[in-house]
Design a protein around this ligand. Structure first.
Ligand SMILES: [Ca+2]
Ligand SMILES: [Ca+2]
Ligand SMILES: [Ca+2]
Length: 141
């Protein structure tokens, strides 16, 4: 696997986190969603910002606040289908033990390949320069 392909795969995994919100539109620009993780708008994405976004998405999907995203969080009515879609996405990425439930620990603690690969100086922050490499990899697809 070459570096660009693996960065793209990692980015897709990261973006799935951003997409895990039932409120997220389906066809958003991936780079726009990446920018969404940059909560303090400094042009860099700190690992703490990824954790914050994951936490936010987790809390949104864990509707009964029992610390686990599961079928019992599915809303009745028109939002059920959107929950199913988001739930399927988080299960694919975060259900490490394949029990069809995603715990807070599974979601917050999941690896983020885009970080390990994109954070070339391993300082826990995707700097603007490192991000531009990731963006170039996306643009080249
Ligand atoms: Ca930031
Ligand atoms: Ca729950
Ligand atoms: Ca699980």
């Amino acid at each position: 696997m070459n570096v660009k392909v693996s960065i793209r795969a990692g980015l897709a995994a990261l973006l799935m986190v951003a997409c895990a919100s039932p409120a997220a539109a389906q066809n958003r620009d991936p780079l726009e969603m990446l920018a969404e993780a940059d909560a303090n708008n400094d042009g860099a994405i700190a690992w703490s910002e990824v954790v914050a976004l994951r936490t936010q998405n987790f809390n949104r999907l864990d509707r009964n606040s029992d610390g686990v995203i599961s079928a019992s969080d599915r809303p009745r009515g028109p939002f059920g289908a959107r929950f199913d879609e988001a739930f399927a996405g988080v299960q694919r990425q975060f259900d490490a033990n394949s029990d069809r439930r995603v715990t807070r620990a599974e979601m917050i603690g999941a690896p983020a390949p885009v970080f390990t690969q994109g954070d070339t100086n391993s300082d826990g922050v995707l700097s603007a320069a490192e991000l531009s490499v990731v963006r170039d990899a996306v643009a080249a697809r």
